[in-house]
Design a protein around this ligand. Sequence first.
Ligand code: NAD
Ligand code: IPM
Ligand code: MN
Length: 353
Amino acid sequence: MSYKVAVLPGDGIGPEVMESALKVLNRIEEKFGFKMELIFGLIGGSAYDETGSPLPEETKKICLGADAVLLGSIGGPKWDGLPPEKTPELGGLLALRKMLKLYANLRPAVIYEELRAMSPLSERVLRDKVDILTVRELAHGIYFGEPKELTDTMGLDTMVYTSDQVERIVRKGFEAAQKRGKKLCSVDKANVLSSSKLWRRVVTELAHEYPDVELSHMYVDNAAMQLMLNPLQFDVIVTSNLFGDILSDESAAICGSLGMLPSASLGEEISLFEPSGGSAPDIAGKGIANPIAQILSLAMMLEYSFDLNEAAAAIRSAVDDCVKSGIRTGDILSAGMTAVSTKEMADAIISRI
Ligand code: NAD
Ligand code: IPM
Ligand code: MN
């Protein structure tokens, strides 16, 4: 098996947490006796500064020649004023997702027993373990719909879905639910949006093929509230690109920090793995970011792209153990504890592998 990985650290905390993940990978390689070939590439604002493009040709080539892509994060205030196609978001990350045809974004949010005190939700709400998988459509919807236009006096985005696009992601949702708690909640805005009316029709039709999965539908405004009121009712949430972006950040907050939420973006061939959060400009450069989302994204890569399930499990168990032992970066710190740095957290995880 070939283990060729494109590594794109990106901007802000991206390079800091990537360094941690690569050190973890190093230890995993040693322990499990394999070696991955890492090819580094530029993306986002740092790529723009160096080459004039947020997704340079060289990076495209590196990614297309790899078996998987491990990404840090992109963006930051420095590049916010650029023309849309030059921004780290549209010109970098979204262009890369499009190029790799990544349509299924899996964002697993799990609350660690020891981090319950970090959740903004009360113990009454968190009487059991929150374990929610958001399956977010990633290749279409309002992010990519045409026409898309920005003038001095008008901004235009188009939310469009075809039944094929909906079917593909919803099947991923049903399949994920079959492997987990067998509950699927499809989130839409079918009381208003045509694209959602179509979405709900497709989901309802497909449900007959998955009789073992209990299906519910929820409007997105209610879903945002239900996540707060009773997150335990959810197993798998399947939803469109924009709604999934928003609800997955909310699921991360419920579990304590965005710095803990990994993600896998699956396509037809090459998949991409990245933290769900961003470049965190407010803490970038300080060496205090939580590297766990990046490290768990690495674990998802080992599992989804390379079938190295034991290695992935070893990473997850080391992370669990670290959190249990009270080793915490600032974002998940309880009263009376001292925060560790990004590097210290990574070293603590490595020492447990
Ligand atoms: P953000 O996710 O970067 O940060 C939101 C909050 O979460 C901040 O307070 C930040 O400090 C905190 N946070 C995020 N990751 C953390 C970590 N690992 N450890 C500790 N705290 C963490 O979102 P934002 O501030 O809205 O956006 C900043 C930039 O990141 C923007 O340019 C945005 O477009 C970009 N962004 C990129 C990605 C990506 O690369 N996939 C995702 C989201 C946002
Ligand atoms: C995410 C981010 C991206 C998105 C941005 C940076 C384009 O918020 O990965 O969640 O909206 O998909
Ligand atoms: Mn987001």
